[in-house]
Design a protein around this ligand. Structure first.
Ligand code: OAD
Length: 242
């Protein structure tokens, strides 16, 4: 489809849709100044994921893992939502739409932008979980007097983030799957979509009959299979689109 007609068709589908899922990744926060994972200069270029994003890495060197997440907290705390986050939040406010933001991001910027129904598949930078008693708590500190920090029960606290080899939080994943199966349009934004099971969400939507729009800075597998692909920066494309 020629580019202009492609844009028009996607725009019309979104204007009409009553149930929409935004499936987002690190590319959405790139224009807020946060590094993605797999782009040049991305987080996984600086450190191997096995060293900071597995339960084994945490067991071996919890202080090293915490320093990585404290640096990410500090970076996230210093930023604010960009026009892409805001456009998605605004789109959900208009009309009587049922909108879910299913995100792989842990930075909390969708919520700061005002999105109400945010399903965080990979956890949150802003929560800790006790290794001993399992207690989950909100925590916005960017430094601790003792690293790793301790729970009131004496157990070691870890970031409440899903690491490689761990299951996604079941209730969040179920809610995301359900939203995907119900939606008319699934907009996939700023993700390489190579990490499963999260990356399966748009396929679930497509199998249930949804149209798929991909907005991404580069072509991805999802982009090749989508109904519409808009190549470029989410913060430039989405405000105009939504
Ligand atoms: P990636 O770094 O893998 O992919 C980011 C994607 O966003 C790439 O395809 C970029 O081309 C695109 N991108 C960059 N800037 C953009 C912009 N301004 N507008 C639109 N697109 C842009 O990040 P994710 O797909 O989020 O998991 O990575 C998925 C998961 O892998 C993460 O949740 C994380 C990581 O390992 C865990 O830590 C469990």
């Amino acid at each position: 489809m020629p580019r202009d007609r492609e844009r028009l068709a996607a725009r019309e589908a979104l204007a009409r849709a009553r149930r929409v899922v935004f499936f987002t990744g690190a590319g959405v926060s790139a224009e807020s100044g946060l590094a993605t994972f797999r782009d040049a200069g991305g987080l996984w270029e600086g450190v191997r994921p096995e060293r900071v994003a597995t339960p084994e890495a945490f067991a071996e060197d919890p202080a090293f893992v915490w320093r990585f997440y404290l640096a990410r907290r500090a970076a996230a705390a210093a930023t604010s939502p960009n026009p892409a986050h805001r456009a998605m939040a605004e789109y959900a406010r208009s009309d009587h739409r049922e909108v879910a933001v299913v995100t792989q991001n842990v930075d909390g910027l969708h919520q700061v932008a005002g999105s109400a129904n945010v399903l965080e598949l990979h956890g949150s930078l802003w929560r800790t979980r006790c290794e001993a008693c399992g207690a989950v708590a909100e925590d916005r500190a960017t430094s601790f007097s003792e690293v790793p920090p301790r729970c009131r029960c004496g157990g070691m606290l870890r970031p409440d983030i899903v690491w490689f080899g761990e299951a996604l939080p079941p209730t969040v994943f179920q809610a995301a799957s359900q939203a995907a199966r119900r939606c008319e349009v699934c907009v996939v934004v700023g993700t390489s979509a190579v990490v499963y099971p999260a990356a399966g969400i748009p396929y679930e939507a497509a199998r249930a009959g949804a149209r798929i729009l991909v907005v991404n800075a580069e072509e991805t597998e999802h982009a090749r299979e989508a109904d519409w692909f808009l190549e470029g920066k989410a913060g430039e494309i989405l405000p105009d689109f939504l």
